[in-house]
Structure formats: C-alpha cells, structure tokens
Design a binder for this molecule. Structure first.
Ligand code: XUL
Ligand code: CO
Length: 437
C-alpha cells in the first residue's frame, strides 16, 4: 500500500529538551503516572472528520489541503482514506478513532446504497483495526450535512426525516458495535431552532428523547454495552441548540428517563461558547455522575465561534486532567481530538505537528494535575473551607435533623457570622508554582 505521509516516520518521545518538531516532548505513552500508563490515562482518539475529511475550506475560500487520497472515485478514495487513517494513527501512536457514518464512506443515492457502502468500508476498517491494533472510541451519525436535515433530524417537523435519521442511527450503531466501539455520540447537529414562529418546541423535545430511547433499545438489543453520550453545544448551527450545556442536558436526560444509559461528551470549545469554562462543564458532569468522554480542542476567546483548534492552553489541560483524575479516569470514554489544523497550516506534516502539540499539552496537563493532587494544598483548602458541614449545626442540617424554626432559633442565638477568606489569589499562585516545578 502506498504511503500517504512519506515525509513522516513514527513519532517518538524525546523529552522536554528536544527541538525536533516531529517528536513528543511530554507524551511518553508507556510511562507510568499514578499507577497507570500515560496512554491508558489519555485514551487519545483521532477524529476522522477533521483529520481525514475536512480540507480547510471556509466561507471565503476553498480547501488548502487536498484529501482525495489519490482517486476521484468516491469509494476508491474512501478505501485509500482508511489506509491513510491507520498510517497516521500508527505513526502518531494513537490507539482510538471516532467517526460519523459519512466520514468513512460517501453517501449514496439511497439509504440502502449508503448502507452497502458502509458495509464494504467497515469490513476494511475491521481488518485494519486488527492489523494495527486500533479501536473505535465512539461512532455517530451525520444528521446535519445533508439538506434533508435543514430543520433538524430528531427534531424535524416532518416525521419522514425522523425516520430517515433513525435509519442512519441504526446503521451507525451496527458499525460501532462491529468495530468494537465503546461509545455512541448524539451531538445536536441541527437539533434546535431559529424562530419560535415556526416551531413546536414541546413536540421537538419529546421527539428528540423518543429518538434517543429508540437508539438505546436498539443498541442494547444488538449487544452494545458501552455508553451513549450527549455532546452539549449552545449554538451553531442553530441559534438555540436544545443541548445547550451540561446542566441543560442533565436536566433533559433525567426528565426523559435517559440518565441510566447516557453520559456526557464534553467539548472544550462548546463549553466556552456556552459561557462556561471547560473545567466547569467537567466538574458538573463529575459531581452528577455524568462524566463520560471529552472532545479535546480549544476556541479563540476573541472570535466566539467553534474554531475547533488543537488544544495548546496548559491551564485548561491541567484543570481538565485534574477533573479526569478525580473522576477516576475514563471508562468507555477518552480524549478525542475534535480539532483541525488552521487553514493556513497546509501541509501533511502540519497535521502531525498539530496532534503532537495537542497530545503534549494534555500530557503536561496530566503530569501537572497529578502533582497538584500529590501537593494536596488545594484539596486541604477546600476540605477546610467546608469543614462546618461535617460537625455541629452543619452536620445536623445535612442529616435532616433541623427544620426552619430550629435554624432560626440557632441563628437568633448565634449573633453575627465571621466570614473566612476565599484565598483565590493564593490558590492560583499554588497552581503556578506547581506548573513552574
Ligand atoms: C460539532 C462537533 C461534532 C461532534 C460529532 O461542533 O463537535 O464534530 O463532535 O458530531
Ligand atoms: Co465535538
């Protein structure tokens, strides 16, 4: 098989002093940190859509990096793309990948033809999974690119569109199971609305939940034991996306009885679009039992849209890995790079440098987060800050022993309260000192 990235050999760990652009400086796959190999902590995944498909077009210009994989025949190109994907993962030492149905095989003239194409390409992917020892992290269906989904998929006003979406999800679940995936993602796509003037919101929300229930029932019936994930996003493409943020999604899942089967796939850039930090979304998921998987990327705070940049912000990676470690690590989820090289980063080497930058950033994040936990000052501070809840009146409140009258009597007797310092600046300086080493 022809090499698609001939200028690049296997990327190795060379340590922080290395100036080699095609080497890891912090990601050392087999190094053990906190009892686990770095590769097991991270579960890095390649996103098929950005890495293998998107050519860098934007609304002002066409693509800057051709990804036809040496053929103008769509199926030949899809096969070559699969070989290229495994060459890339092998060279980067990435174990997992994530895909939409339409990323791996071109859509046909009918659902039946599209499905037949998926059967053919997934046979090849299965063979390549075995040959290279790679796995699917999660699969999903593209329910947003084709014009039939202009008004949504599960939330479309037309029931035929809902049925088509269900057909696609059924197939995408078949593929996920066939390829050994441990997750299935619902990202809203166009599940939202532009104007209430044409929208029956109540029905749309009910239908979205119906589609998810159908997916769970079908998935479990074919032996899918992994997690279903919802990936929150507040806007883009629609003005009001129903899966706005983690809190909204958790409420939705509980309201519709989906909370046993679903967890969250939290994306950094989506968190910031919702006006939250990445860490906030992760903490909420962890504290409510919905922590599942992560789409690692970053936005540009001055732009305010979903730029899907490769993550290079060390603070964000530290706070993210802090949450991952505190959550006990990934089970069915992992760190998927839902990220693309900038349009002007237009060579095949750039995609390697982009992954190296992202993986090294998260490796640094893991190393520093573990040091912060070992350091213990943050944990101790928080523990002491809430100490009043473990004894006396606080414990009685938690144990449900006091009513409003009893609390009022206590407050009247107590006089005023002495309020302690939150010490934010001091705590931030601890983080800096641990980062600086
Ligand atoms: C879109 C997005 C998607 C999902 C998968 O913003 O993040 O790529 O991750 O559909
Ligand atoms: Co994403």
């Amino acid at each position: 098989m022809a090499e698609f990235y001939p200028g690049v050999s296997k990327i190795k760990y060379e340590g922080s002093k290395s100036k080699n652009p095609l080497a890891y400086k912090y990601y050392n796959a087999d190094e053990v940190i906190a009892g686990k190999k770095m590769s097991e902590h991270m579960k890095f995944a390649m996103s098929y859509w950005h890495t293998m498909v998107a050519e860098g077009s934007d609304m002002f210009g066409v693509g800057t990096l051709k990804k036809d994989y040496g053929s103008s025949d769509p199926m030949e190109s899809a096969r070559n793309k699969a070989y290229a994907a495994f060459e890339l993962m092998d060279k980067l030492g990435i174990e997992y990948y994530c895909f939409h149905d339409r990323d791996i095989a071109p859509e046909g003239a009918s659902l039946a033809e599209s499905n037949a194409r998926l059967d053919e390409i997934s046979d090849l992917l299965l063979e390549l999974n075995k040959k290279y020892d790679k796995k699917v992290l999660w699969g999903t269906a593209n329910l947003f690119s084709n014009p039939r989904f202009a008004h949504g998929a599960g939330t479309a006003p037309n029931a035929d569109v809902f049925a088509f979406a269900a057909g696609q999800i059924k197939k995408a679940l078949d593929l996920t199971v066939k390829l050994g995936g441990t997750g299935y993602v619902f990202w809203g796509g166009r599940e939202g609305y532009e104007t209430l003037l044409n929208t029956n919101m109540g029905l749309e929300l009910d239908n979205l939940a119906r589609l998810m229930h159908l997916a769970v029932d079908y998935g479990r019936s074919i032996g899918f034991k992994g997690d279903f994930f919802v990936e929150p996003k507040p806007k883009e493409p629609t003005k009001h996306q129903y899966d706005f943020d983690s809190a909204t999604v958790i409420g939705f899942l509980r309201h519709y009885g989906l909370d046993k089967d679903f967890k969250l796939n939290i994306e950094a850039n989506h968190a910031t679009l919702a006006g939250h930090t990445f860490a906030h979304e992760l903490r909420l998921a962890r504290d409510t039992g919905f922590f599942g998987s992560i789409d690692a990327n970053q936005g540009d705070m001055l732009l305010g849209w979903d730029t899907d940049q490769f993550p290079t912000n060390i603070y964000d990676a530290v706070y993210c890995m802090y949450e991952v470690l505190k959550a006990g690590g990934f089970t069915n989820g992992g760190l998927n790079f839902d990220a693309k090289a900038r349009r002007a980063s237009n060579t095949r080497e750039d995609i390697f440098m982009s992954y190296i930058a992202g993986m090294d950033t998260f490796a640094l994040g893991l190393r520093i987060a573990q040091k912060l936990i070992e350091d213990g000052r943050l944990d101790t501070f928080v523990e002491e800050r809430y100490a009043s809840w473990t004894k006396g009146i606080g414990k009685d409140i938690v144990d449900g022993k006091l009513d409003m009258k009893a609390l009022s009597d206590y407050a009247v007797k107590m006089g005023d309260v002495e309020v302690d310092s939150g010490r934010q600046e001091y705590l931030e300086s601890i983080v800096n000192s641990v980062i600086a080493g």
